[in-house]
Ligand binder design. Sequence first.
Ligand code: UDX
Length: 435
Amino acid sequence: MEISVIGAGHVGLVTGACFADLGHRVVIVDNDAKRIAGLKKGAMPYYEPGLEELVLRGIREKRLTFTTSMKEAVDKTTIIFIAVGTPQKATGEADLAYVENVARSIAEHLPGYRLIVEKSTVPVQTGKWVHHTIKTYLKKKHPFDVASNPEFLREGSAIQDIMKPDRVVIGVESERAKKLLTELYKPLGVPIVVTDIASAELIKHASNSFLSMKISFINAVSQICERAGADVEQVAHGMGLDPRIGRSFLNAGAGYGGFCFPKDVEAFIKISETFGYDFELMKAVRNVNEHQKRSFAQKVQKALWVVRGKTIGVLGLAFKPNTDDMRYAPAIDVIEYLEGEGAAVQAFDPQAMHEAQKLLPNVKMCKDPYEAARGADCLVIATEWNEFKELNFTRIKKLLKQPLIVDGRNIYDPDRMKKLGFRYIPIGRGRHEAH
Ligand code: UDX
């Protein structure tokens, strides 16, 4: 198939590269000329495991090309995926200006039948507006379809998530669109859920909101565990074995971050408001998350008694492992709080230090975890990178001014840390809290 993907961001680039790997001819469009020039030479705009290899293979085998020209893409391809950003406005709702722009541009260049597919996370009824926009700006009355095909990829495992998804959701309004999209996805051999466009749009927002709710729920439970002397890891395990609940996304921690959950929860609250429904439950999900981030920073403060003049080593900056993405990373909130209290922060992250330095100019970036621990009064774990799970703790202990670890991701065994001589403070493990 001839496919174009508009937007070379976290969703568009991986999606396009995966389609190319499945044997389709794909052109990826972005108006960022520097990004496109880089991609043509094989330079990735962000870190995602396996992406570089996939893109290079696509380029080599001439199935994957890049351009800044919408005309070129619309001319050449039958299926056009819109994967541009839908950032959050100051008011919380999704900014759909990029989506509208792309829709107008598609309309202006449309040379014949095209299927236009929303891939970006958009509020319900965006499909209707995209359809309306294209119809309004069409130069000649060519037939076209609009469809919704939300993406569920997670950063860090994006390729696997696209190639082996749990399900593919397609929202369509014509047989032609349904046929094209089912043909495209059939080779994946996974369930394809066909719905109307509005339902597909809602499936995406509702799924992300539900997952955020799971995290906030367990984070709230972690607060009770700490106060009641219970262990949130044991509680999550016991709950998770019930298939109606499931263990995944029940990891208590320093709060959720990233460019999806915080933004989508906020957008979902706003959409509901637009339709006259006060989604109080989602407001609580957001508030619990804000509280959890603050409470984690206060844990560090409490463990140190006085923060002013102390040095704090932070391991992990990205909003989660296997990415260099710093957007809405809980580490930012925690570090800003501690700096505000007068601490000097030194940090290490395997991928995100370059991005992080732009947002956290006062943090001293270190070359490895040991440098981040050197001379620090406390070591804080903010992201659960695998390489932090097996450190040389004898060395870490010698480097720290005092053997104190505050773990916002519960990556260590409390009994082991105690045996190694650390004062170890995890999240929601009341039994192990060293007060
Ligand atoms: C998420 C959705 O999982 C994905 O389906 C959607 O397409 C985009 O949003 P992503 O933001 O890449 O993906 O990361 P995810 O792995 O879901 O983690 C999001 C945040 O939740 C991270 O900050 C992570 O640390 C946090 N989290 C996740 C927890 O705190 N506890 C958990 O149990 C799981």
